[in-house]
Design a protein around this ligand. Structure first.
Ligand code: OOG
Ligand code: MG
Length: 270
């Protein structure tokens, strides 16, 4: 049960974050305004934010991890991973251009994506146990769009903001997890045809399955599980990149194939 103070803070935080998203504007850290916004309260705010999206017609399709790689942790100045929720409204079909005008200040990052074959519930989930529950592994790109100015936030801010979630695209062809060594899976990130960064799967918690296990165990502490059929974004392998209207972002993997996100040209005013 929330104390009255908590529920007032949660309501104010969620209302502000959704207003920023809908009005395409960023703003200051909410932990400055609400010092009571600690990590448990922030996860309750995240749950309320998703509940409001579901009431508005969105459907939960999976979970994501944030800040699982050193590249991401260093850029954001936060060393602790977090979990968030993804919905069908965030899914961009392969080949469909990203319309940056719908967003605040989008950035794109390459991710290894799991589709679950079985339900995965903590506590005590190991990387091997997590991997055994995976049906297929995919190449992915996540578009993040923090509702905070310049992506400047403390951990509770970004937890409440559903880990900057905005859009994602996943390769349609999945790879069977059996026999893959995802720690050694290489990723090459290109913007407008130029290679801008590279990483291997080991960048994510030593192995993306460790990230999946971490998510299952963290969700269990809040009474939640990863359901069969859900999509899991395991976290940016590299720092996120800005995009150029009319260009594209591509990630190419050793065995997972590649996925490209075209960026829509800016519409000329008529
Ligand atoms: C937070 C979201 C992080 C990832 O993959 O690490 C994230 C942010 O960087 O704004 O999605
Ligand atoms: Mg991400």
């Amino acid at each position: 049960m929330n104390t009255p103070t908590d529920s007032t803070v949660i309501d104010a935080v969620v209302t502000e974050l959704l207003a920023r998203e809908n009005e395409r504007r960023d703003g200051g850290k909410l932990t400055d305004q609400y010092p009571e916004l600690d990590i448990p309260t922030a996860y309750e705010a995240q749950r309320e934010l998703i509940a409001r999206k579901v009431s508005a017609g969105e459907r939960v399709v999976g979970v994501k991890l944030g800040l699982t790689s050193r590249a991401k942790q260093q850029r954001m100045g936060i060393t602790s991973p977090l979990t968030a929720v993804i919905t069908d409204a965030m899914l961009v079909e392969v080949g469909v251009p990203l319309v940056t005008g719908e967003l605040i200040h989008p950035r794109v990052e390459p991710e290894i994506v799991f589709v679950m074959g079985e339900r995965l519930a903590g506590p005590g989930v190991t990387a091997a146990g997590a991997m055994a529950a995976v049906r297929s592994v995919h190449a992915g790109l996540e578009v993040i769009d923090s509702r905070y100015t310049d992506f400047k936030f403390a951990l509770p801010d970004v937890v409440a903001d559903n880990a900057s979630s905005s859009r994602f695209v996943v390769s349609s062809m999945g790879v069977d997890p059996t026999g893959l060594d995802l720690a050694l899976e290489a990723a090459v990130l290109s913007v407008d045809g130029d290679v801008v960064d590279t990483a291997t799967g080991a960048a994510v918690q030593g192995h993306p399955a460790e990230a999946l296990a971490l998510a299952a165990n963290a969700l269990a502490e809040r009474g939640e599980a990863i359901e069969a059929g859900m999509v899991v974004l395991t976290g940016g392998l590299t720092d996120a990149v800005f995009v150029n209207p009319g260009g594209d972002v591509q990630v190419e993997f050793t065995t997972l194939g590649s996925v490209t996100l075209p960026i829509a040209p800016v519409e000329e005013p008529r």
